[in-house]
Ligand binder design. Structure first.
Ligand code: OFO
Length: 166
């Protein structure tokens, strides 16, 4: 039995994933404004990845005979203080998302909903990667400094990111 409580929580997570996508698109816009095409490309792929996270939950709802509810998506800024600030925000945001995912998993365990538990395990692993990517970027940016010559190299490296195979 796919409880209403769990369906409501998954619908909220669909919204949170779309909001993440929107936040990262705002960051990509800022990075474009800063003439950092590699960072902007990286963040745009992050936007696409978050959209995929939302759609994976959306598809699961239908597979289980649930009812999808799409609430309004929160606004996202494209104003940041620096490239480093963008990735510090990303890391803080991903930590918040990790706690949402953990709470969803705990709810699925409490309700003995095994399919949701299996799905949430995928998100739990994904969050490990998301936090690592953001904290690696923060560490590298701290090394090179915002306007150091290393920024151009880092921008080129970020620009080589490929879309993730599902
Ligand atoms: Fe969907 O992982 Fe980031 O937010």
């Amino acid at each position: 039995m796919f409880s209403q409580k769990l369906q409501d929580a998954i619908n909220a997570q669909i919204n949170a994933e779309f909001h993440s996508a929107y936040i990262y698109l705002g960051m990509s816009a800022y990075l474009e404004d800063m003439n950092m095409p590699g960072f902007a490309h990286w963040m745009r792929l992050q936007y696409e990845e978050e959209t995929m996270h939302a759609l994976k939950l959306y598809d699961f709802m239908h597979e289980r005979g649930g009812h999808v509810v799409l609430e309004p998506i929160g606004a996202a800024t494209s104003e940041y203080a620096s490239v480093l600030a963008v990735f510090e925000h990303t890391l803080a945001h991903e930590k918040k998302v990790t706690s949402l995912i953990n709470a969803l998993y705990e709810m699925a365990v409490a309700e003995n909903d095994y399919p949701t538990q299996v799905l949430m395990q995928w998100y739990i692993s994904e969050q490990v990667e998301e936090e690592k990517n953001a904290s690696d970027a923060v560490a590298q940016l701290q090394w090179v400094g915002d306007f150091g010559p290393g920024m151009l190299m880092l921008d080129r490296e970020m620009g080589s990111r490929q879309p993730e195979a599902e």
